[in-house]
Design a protein around this ligand. Structure first.
Ligand SMILES: C[S@@+](CC[C@H](N)C(=O)[O-])C[C@H]1O[C@@H](n2cnc3c(N)ncnc32)[C@H](O)[C@@H]1O
Length: 272
């Protein structure tokens, strides 16, 4: 059974979600929200969305709010999604850094981890002497559920359809016996990634040293223009001069005021 949500209740959730996560839900998302949250109401034995709203607001641990965001956010992702970005990393950025052999990357809405593991595979595959390089990737997301999956590093075989088999073999271990059909990331790949829960709406991020590259793909699409603008300008502060920002292929900064130089569609560079 699906519970019905009043216009007032929808407005309450909409405001809360926008304020806390930047996700902007249009009027058309009313029934989507109701259907995504109905099971949670049932599980908690609640009968109205107002009761659920009070439950979320009264939970000091904020666990219920995290759960609410998990239910409404879209976590779709893939290994080697939008491959042009990984080609650019391999062909342009890695050669630029070859003299220092050090790279710092932030995958800022990493979902279940396919993006940061793809970045790490691109780093290992893209340089001649990976053992002499210092690779570090910060991978973050708002959702604790996706982060738990990401840090487990375990994926079903069918998730790897876009990973060349030899690359997969170098970086993932095949499960045996009861684990048949699943693959686990190898320690060398896992060791260059640190997973952390971070909200892109925060004023500051716990990043001390300037970054070479930020991935912020397929999340800004859920934000309105002022939120996108604030975020992109925040990213600018965390990049080195000459550092890059990658956004999703269906996203654009065309209507956003920002200080970046556009290098290619969805690729931006901090000048300097
Ligand atoms: C569609 S996934 C994108 C995954 C990956 N970047 C890609 O392109 O394949 C969007 C992710 O953004 C996360 N997200 C939404 N709002 C966020 C916020 N305010 N801060 C951090 N992550 C957020 C969601 O939890 C979700 O995992």
């Amino acid at each position: 059974m699906e519970y019905s949500i009043t216009a007032e209740e929808f407005q309450q959730f909409r405001t809360l979600i926008y304020h806390e996560s930047g996700i902007s839900l249009s009027e058309q998302k009313k029934s989507l929200l109701a259907s995504r949250l109905s099971k949670r109401l049932r599980d908690l034995d609640l009968t109205t969305f107002s009761e659920y709203y009070s439950t979320v607001m009264e939970d000091r641990t904020r666990e219920e709010f995290t759960r609410l965001l998990d239910l409404i956010s879209t976590n779709k992702t893939d290994f080697f999604r939008e491959p042009k970005h990984f080609d650019f990393l391999r062909d342009r950025i890695l050669p630029e850094l070859d003299s220092v052999k050090r790279i710092r990357i932030w995958s800022s809405a990493c979902s279940t981890g396919e993006e940061p593991y793809t970045i790490a595979m691109t780093l290992y595959e893209g340089v001649r002497d990976p053992e002499r390089w210092d690779f570090k990737i910060l991978a973050s997301d708002l959702s604790t559920r996706v982060l738990a999956k990401a840090s487990s590093g375990i994926y079903d075989n069918d998730r790897f359809r876009d990973v060349p088999p030899d690359v997969m073999k170098r970086h993932f271990l095949r499960g045996r016996g009861e684990q048949e059909g699943v693959f686990k990331v190898k320690p060398h790949l896992a060791s260059v990634i640190k997973f952390r829960r971070l909200n892109l709406m925060d004023d500051q991020f716990p990043i001390k040293n300037p970054l070479d590259l930020i991935f912020c793909r397929n999340v800004m699409i859920y934000f309105d223009r002022p939120t996108q603008e604030t975020l992109v300008n925040k990213f600018h502060r965390y990049l080195k001069p000459g550092g890059y920002l990658f956004i999703g292929h269906s996203e654009s900064l065309q209507w956003v005021t920002h200080p970046f130089k556009s290098i290619a569609p969805t690729i931006y560079q901090k000048e300097g």
